[in-house]
Design a protein around this ligand. Structure first.
Ligand code: SAH
Length: 398
């Protein structure tokens, strides 16, 4: 067995780790100076040196590593990853059989037992996301396990940690056939253009699948839709296919124009019948309010943090004000689709922001429905923070 560093858990935290909490944080363990190289195996013990769990050293956001097993006899070898991946893939059997969806998550980090690692499936292609140098050090074992378990067209990867600039030159190709980008995938019958070779993002956030189909099938018909922070415009495409009268997509990034035209075009929608605006959303809100523009549906899906030339936005601090701007330009009985992927607050707090925003605007509302992560984005019962997505459809009343 490879060497491992033994770390003692602080007394106040032992109960939590014994009940399966997977994230190792530096405040909970003693003598972390013994950790030098990312990927080093860690054995967590209590104050009596009794085994609690085995994991690895890898810095990622607030953590310094993840517990992989609470079974003292379990080794972290190729078979370990084969068991974890195999169990995860069999839980997605139904999605693999689906005729109208062939893009989804097949391995969701700690929700499937290995924090720091996700794998997405895109119509025959597999995309691995490594979230730390530490998990990346298991590359040979994980790739061997994956290759044993699946038939693939190709395997790609993205390193989602600081590689000292090496990341930029790579296209992420690992095995199989190089893809012609974009790869075309389907989600509930809708075509989506996906790129596995362009930076951290792929063009589509797979975790919004249930929200998109709901927008298309229950809300969009005959409505005017403003899609803010629109990225590649996928919400606009679903709204248009659901019969929206018109969509307006607003995003600050220059690339969003060509990318949005592409997502409309691969679905045979005339993008010229829609508006695609490259602009700061906060500036657009001011313009729309001044022109007394109103929309039947306003979509808010900002990043957790954003900084533009004039504005900074932090979801935890500023979501309430963002909602107030949206309320001002939503028609009476119109709907605001409010979404956030910010992990630092939960649904209860998010609903608190919503309530405050409407109260301060002097407008009544009703919550129509809400979403968190879809089932392929499995989460762990012992790590609630992992269920980061919060989406609420809110109807403006009066
Ligand atoms: N709603 C999108 C995903 C949004 S990703 C989807 O479902 O696909 C966040 C987007 O916000 C990025 O495309 C980024 O360019 C954009 N963005 C960040 N700050 C912005 C701002 N101030 N104004 C407009 N767009 C912004």
């Amino acid at each position: 067995m490879e060497t491992e560093v033994i770390l003692e858990v602080e007394r106040r935290d032992t109960a939590k780790y014994k009940s399966g909490y997977p994230l190792i944080v530096k405040e909970a363990v003693r003598k972390i100076d013994a950790l030098v190289e990312e990927g080093t195996l860690i054995k967590l013990v209590d104050e009596h040196q009794q085994f609690i769990g085995r994991g690895y050293y890898g810095k990622q956001n607030k953590g310094i590593g993840w517990i992989l097993s609470n079974n003292e006899d379990e080794e972290i070898n190729e078979e370990f990853f084969e068991r974890k991946l195999g169990a995860a893939f069999s839980k997605r059997k139904q999605l693999f059989r689906s005729k109208d969806t062939n893009a989804f998550r097949i391995f969701n980090a700690e929700g499937d037992g290995v924090g720091g690692l996700t794998i997405d499936y895109f119509n025959g292609y597999y995309l691995i996301n490594w979230y730390s140098e530490g998990i990346y050090s298991f590359y040979p074992r994980i790739i061997a396990a994956l290759k044993k378990l699946v038939n693939y067209e190709g395997i790609y990867q993205k390193k989602r940690f600081d590689t000292g600039g090496h990341y930029i030159e790579e296209d992420g190709f690992i095995e199989g056939k190089r893809a012609q980008f974009p790869i075309m995938v389907k989600e509930n019958g809708v075509n989506l253009a996906v790129y596995l070779n362009e930076g951290a993002m792929t063009g589509v956030f797979l975790d919004q699948r249930n929200v998109r189909i709901t927008l298309r099938d229950k809300y969009a018909k005959d409505k005017t839709v403003l899609n803010t922070f629109s990225y590649t415009g996928v919400f606009s495409v679903f709204a248009a296919l659901g019969g929206a009268a018109k969509t307006t997509s607003v995003d600050l990034a220059n690339r969003s124009l060509a990318k949005t035209i592409e997502q409309f075009s691969v679905n045979g929608i005339d993008y010229e019948a829609h508006e695609i605006i490259v602009e700061d959303v906060f500036h657009y809100f001011k313009y729309a309010a001044k022109k007394k523009k109103k929309f039947d549906i306003v979509i808010l899906d900002p990043p957790s943090f954003a900084r533009s030339k004039k504005y900074t936005f932090s979801a935890a601090k500023d979501y309430k004000n963002l909602l107030k701007e949206a309320i001002d330009i939503t028609e009476d009985h119109g709907v605001i689709l409010a979404s956030t992927n910010c992990a630092s607050f939960d649904m209860k707090k998010f609903k608190g922001f919503i309530d405050q925003a409407f109260k301060e605007s002097g407008v009544k509302y009703s919550l129509k429905e809400e979403f968190s992560l879809p089932s392929d984005f499995r989460t762990s019962k012992t790590f609630k923070e992992g269920n980061y997505l919060k989406v609420v459809f809110i109807q403006r009343l009066g």
